[in-house]
Ligand binder design. Structure first.
Ligand SMILES: [Zn+2]
Length: 398
């Protein structure tokens, strides 16, 4: 545990040139180039994984007629958090979540029991929630956000296998960023809807998964949502704060409200179970948490700039350009600082950006065909050849 309290992500965001906020759009983020790199790296990690795990990526409209939310139940229960607008005398809403629209894709064709599980991810969906402007706070509470959302439609007998995969996915990801997890299984409340037999089966499946994945967990009796049991997951950051980020929620209600079915082996209509799940939650909040967790010193694979080259004088510029081009061709995110400033000043500024590696190039390095490496948190590692340095980088790529 670090001794000093890590700094606020808003301060880090400004210092590292990641994002800004402007009065013209309260609670909405203006992402700068370097901030978007973090976003894109996370998105790529998730997308690569989803492609391997058999998800279909979908995209649904941001502005939808209120009739959809009346049917899904959001209009009744969530209306005060929704932005609405009138278009040609009809009321539309900006979607506060992706779920209802996902079901329209599910029900756009007849599904057979053999088609399930159907995994629809929506990673680029922009959702809006009307938080009061007084309650907004940096990236942690915003009005417009993108979730790494997915909806998985399963038969009751597929719950266990599907949840096992999700648990492994979540454990792997949080291991990568060094955030320990705790798990709670929230079970059937008294006002639950749906068949008690299905509830029991689902709770047993979730319990089995938690046992099988060998994680410590508690059971929160009767703390499930009225529409289904869930696994509550909390991640602990380096400051020992707990955040609910990832989630796995079963839903027996939405399939009923939205008339979802599949045709079983006897030709009968059966209702699928819907699983709502998120790994990082919203990109905005997650990046805020991540910045404070690492105090801005993001792991190499997430760093907007991974390597910065610092020249001692203009005589080494050709060599510095050559090294820059070579590292770029190896997909290293690199910047060259060839300003006429003292090397001390250049190092201090680069350190403020929390860049993992600084390569100092003077005439000695240029004539030896080497680079002098400084590693974040470790200081001077001495001179080395480019191949050796690239090996170091490769080891740090997740
Ligand atoms: Zn959902």
């Amino acid at each position: 545990m670090p001794e000093n309290k890590h700094r606020d992500h808003r301060e880090l965001g400004q210092e590292m040139d990641l994002f800004s906020f402007h009065d013209v759009a309260p609670g909405t983020v203006f992402w700068h180039g370097k901030g978007m790199i973090i976003w894109r790296v996370l998105e790529k990690y998730l997308r690569d994984k989803l492609d391997k795990e058999g998800y279909e990526e979908v995209s649904t409209p941001i502005m939808v007629k209120k009739s959809l939310f009346e049917k899904s139940g959001h209009w009744e229960h969530y209306q005060k958090n929704m932005f609405t607008l009138e278009v040609e005398k009809e009321i539309y809403a900006l979607k506060p979540m992706n779920c209802p629209e996902s079901t329209l894709i599910y029900s756009s064709r007849v599904r057979s029991y053999r088609d399930l599980p159907i995994r629809l991810s929506e990673i680029t969906g922009r959702i809006h929630r009307n938080e009061l402007s007084g309650t907004l706070g940096g990236l942690l509470r915003v009005r417009q956000m993108a979730q790494d959302d997915a909806h998985i439609y399963v038969r009751p007998d597929q719950i266990e296998e599907e949840i096992t995969k999700l648990m492994e996915f979540i454990k792997e990801f949080y291991g990568l960023i060094n955030m320990p997890l705790s798990f709670n299984l929230a079970t059937r409340p008294d006002d639950a809807m749906g068949d008690p037999a299905i509830w029991k089966k689902a709770e047993e499946a979730l319990d089995n998964v938690l046992k099988k994945t060998k994680v410590k967990y508690k059971i929160d009796e009767k703390e499930g949502a009225f529409y289904g049991p869930k696994i509550d997951i909390k991640a602990t950051d380096s400051q020992n704060r707990e955040f609910a980020i990832a989630t796995i929620q079963l839903d027996f209600q939405t399939p009923e409200r939205m008339d979802l079915y599949y045709v079983d082996e006897n030709g009968d209509r059966k209702q699928p179970i819907m699983i709502h799940r998120a790994i990082i939650g919203t990109f905005e909040r997650f990046i805020g948490i991540l910045l404070e967790h690492f105090d801005g010193a993001l792991p190499f694979w997430l760093s907007p700039v991974q390597v910065q080259i610092l020249t001692i004088n203009d005589k080494v510029l050709d060599y510095a350009n050559k090294i820059t081009a070579e590292l770029k061709s190896k997909n290293i995110r690199i910047e060259l600082d060839s300003r006429n400033e003292s090397i001390g000043k250049k190092i201090r500024e680069a350190e403020l950006q929390r860049i993992p590696y600084l390569l100092v190039i003077g005439e000695k390095e240029a004539s030896a065909g080497k680079v002098a490496v400084r590693e974040r948190g470790k200081g001077d590692l001495g001179a080395m050849g480019l191949e050796e340095f690239l090996d170091k980088c490769a080891k740090n790529q997740k």
